[in-house]
Design a protein around this ligand. Structure first.
Ligand code: RUQ
Ligand code: CUA
Length: 656
């Protein structure tokens, strides 16, 4: 046993230990990249627009960043799972409920795989979904406001990694657990993992008009690790595919113990069949506790509701719904080509890349050609389902995308390259180095039936010497390639933020046209909104003081406030009266221990301030909004707790 462990560790050192020095020479990396015809391909002249949007996950930043292609310019960071003082997200009273969970308020997240909503297998540009890996959640971001509108926690899940991918009409956004756990959670010895832990695969329905999410059912699978997933499409619409690893069901030293089996599985789930079963009353409701947080664009306020049960399905009670396809070896990415025929298992530890055939899978199922079963779930024969093998394409395959022209592009972490190969003939057509240690890659529309295959960008895990050094920590680097020709052409390096795990990208037109410019003040239903200067006031309710404050270039109303006392809780409800595009005002007050607010035109946001010291304290606008921005300030007088200063406020005159 000792020997197996030692030799396995040695193998890992060989496979993974060299990654950081691989390709670390820059020689050749710039050859061609500086040619002027290449520069023109990424040059977006001042005042012109990029042709594509890209939404990159931020990994441990918890957020999503928006980039333009081909320029690689970052346009916005959208706060999702992490507090964001730049806008006040997660700090303002209105947005704090977005970060509520069954574990309480969680100020951060690990955001992995964004996916754009689809209609009939094409990107429709309505929403981006993204998973939170650590405290399992799925978020929905509106692509009209570019704001997070909804977050649903996923119970029974742990390490929500094989997520969040949508079916071809956005019927479901799907979330699979990476770690198997006791379901329901309970106190038990870790060594009893095998046979007792389970993995929940969650199918979250998406309401067609509003996008609202609801967990329709969870399939409780054997206790493997479910790493990544993708929907079937076209002919395989109605199925979902998940890679598994640790089919050994080890609970310790997984780098060795979860690498014993020559093949793990891709789990093929016929969700249409399970949906039908559930619609006929199948499955059972199980007690649960999970947060559902929804932001209302009219009240500008989020609410958090705790949900108390979830429907779970035992897969062996739905015959014909779940199968295992043997796949070498500890596969990571699970990618389905635009036709829906080919399912690529990116076996991290395999010398070859395995591609399964959906048609052959159905055939094997129909003829009941099974190699055995695992926990009652039929295992198909590897050979029966095999479409083809890309022989020795590189080392450490992670993810594959498609260009819609019959080609696939796979990232190889260890050999630091993207390899282009042909579906059907399995021949390698081209390979290009990446700098360095590539994880994910994205082709706009690459996870849909209609890829928009002009660009591909690789997201690299290691940056090293690609940019001017910034101390020990460097931002990760992405690389943009032109894939319109036979050979990939490296166009551009650009830095990213956090650790991008996957990105969703699409042509700009739909999103650009629908992008919202302001919030209509007339539609503002915030209970503490002041929609004109006449509505402004200061109201004391016991120790709570509510200040109905407005902003317009270039003053606050009111700007002199008295009667607040030490020990009060002061609610600054700030309404921005502006109705012009891109005229936010900010709000900051001394000693504010949450964050400033950035309030968009027509919006109301609230910051709570608990003054600790007697004095006359200034507040001001944080966003340079006009030539008189520096004049946009006010004073709030804080009296002793036992004083009898009464509440008064004014603008443009002295408080008497
Ligand atoms: S996954 S490197 Cu990053 Cu979430 Cu494949
Ligand atoms: Cu308002 Cu600066």
């Amino acid at each position: 046993m000792k020997n197996i462990i030692t030799s396995s560790i040695a193998m890992f050192v060989i496979l993974f230990g060299f990654t950081s020095c691989n390709n670390s020479s820059k020689s050749g990396s710039k050859s061609g990249a500086l040619a002027s015809n290449i520069a023109e391909k990424v040059y977006v002249a001042p005042g012109e627009y990029d042709s594509h949007y890209a939404f990159l996950s931020g990994g441990y930043s918890g957020n999503v960043t928006v980039y333009g292609l081909p320029s690689g310019r970052m346009f916005k960071e959208i706060p999702v799972f992490s507090q964001f003082p730049t806008s006040g997200y997660g700090y303002s009273e209105e947005t704090k409920p977005m970060l509520n969970t069954s574990h309480g308020f969680i100020p951060w997240g690990d955001a992995h795989h964004p996916d754009i909503s689809q209609s009939k297998g094409e990107l429709d540009g309505r929403w981006v979904f993204i998973n939170e890996n650590n405290t399992p959640r799925i978020a929905r971001i509106s692509l009209t406001t570019f704001e997070t509108e909804e977050i649903i926690e996923v119970p029974n899940s742990a390490g929500n990694h094989s997520s969040s991918f949508v079916t071809e009409n956005t019927e479901y956004v799907v979330a699979g657990t990476r770690f198997s756990v006791p379901i329901p959670q309970r106190d038990m010895p870790i060594k009893d993992y095998k046979g007792n832990f389970q993995g929940a695969l969650s199918f979250i329905s998406v309401a067609p008009e509003t996008g609202n999410m609801d967990i329709k059912f969870q399939v409780l699978m054997p206790g493997f690790n479910y790493d990544l997933s993708h929907p079937g499409r076209g002919k395989s619409h109605g199925w979902f595919f998940f890679t598994t690893y640790n089919t050994e069901e080890a609970s310790t030293l997984l780098e060795v113990n979860a690498s014993q089996n020559d093949k793990d599985f891709i789990a093929a789930i016929n969700w249409k069949k399970i949906e039908e079963y559930v619609n006929n009353g199948g499955g059972k409701m199980m007690p649960a506790n999970y947060a559902h947080n929804v932001y209302d664009e009219h009240t500008h306020t989020a609410t958090s509701t705790m949900k108390k049960e979830v429907r779970v399905v035992n897969p062996i009670e739905v015959p014909g719904a779940v199968y295992f396809i043997p796949t070498p070896k500890s596969p990571h990415g699970c990618d389905v080509d635009p036709s829906g025929e080919y399912i690529v298992g990116n076996g991290k530890l395999s010398a070859n890349l395995t591609v399964h055939s959906f048609t052959k899978m159905l055939d094997a199922i129909e003829n009941k050609k099974f190699a055995g079963e695992a926990y009652g779930i039929p295992i198909l024969n590897f050979e029966d389902v095999l479409a083809g093998v890309v022989e020795q394409p590189g080392l450490g395959p992670l993810h594959t995308e498609f260009d819609g022209k019959g080609n696939a592009y796979t990232t190889f972490f260890i050999s630091s390259e993207v390899v282009k190969w042909k579906l059907g003939t399995w021949e390698v057509i081209d390979r290009k180095p990446t700098y360095y240690s590539v994880g994910h890659l994205t082709i706009p529309g690459g996870n849909s039936g209609k890829p928009q295959g002009k660009y591909m960008f690789a997201m690299n895990k290691i940056t090293k010497d690609r940019y001017l050094p910034t101390g020990p920590e460097m931002e990760h680097s992405a690389q943009l390639y032109d894939i319109s020709g036979d050979k990939m052409e490296l166009l551009l390096d650009f830095p990213t933020h956090g650790e991008p795990h996957y990105a969703a990208a699409m042509e700009a037109s739909i999103i650009k046209e629908q992008s919202q410019k302001i919030y209509k003040l007339a539609d503002n239903k915030h209970p503490y909104a002041a929609k004109s200067d006449a509505d402004t006031k200061v109201v004391r309710e016991g120790k709570d003081v509510h200040i109905y404050l407005t902003t317009i270039r270039s003053h606050f109303s009111p700007d002199n406030i008295e009667g607040v006392k030490v020990g009060d809780k002061v609610f600054f409800h700030v309404t921005n009266l502006e109705q012009d595009f891109d005229v936010p005002h900010g709000f900051a007050v001394i000693g504010q221990n949450n964050s400033e607010l950035l309030v968009m035109p027509g919006q109301t946001k609230t910051s709570v301030w608990e003054p600790k010291q007697v004095g006359v304290w200034p507040f001001y606008c944080t966003d340079f909004c006009s030539a008189l921005h520096q004049e946009m300030q006010g004073y709030i007088r804080v009296s002793a707790a036992d004083s009898d200063t009464s509440i008064k406020w004014s603008l443009g005159e002295d408080i008497e």
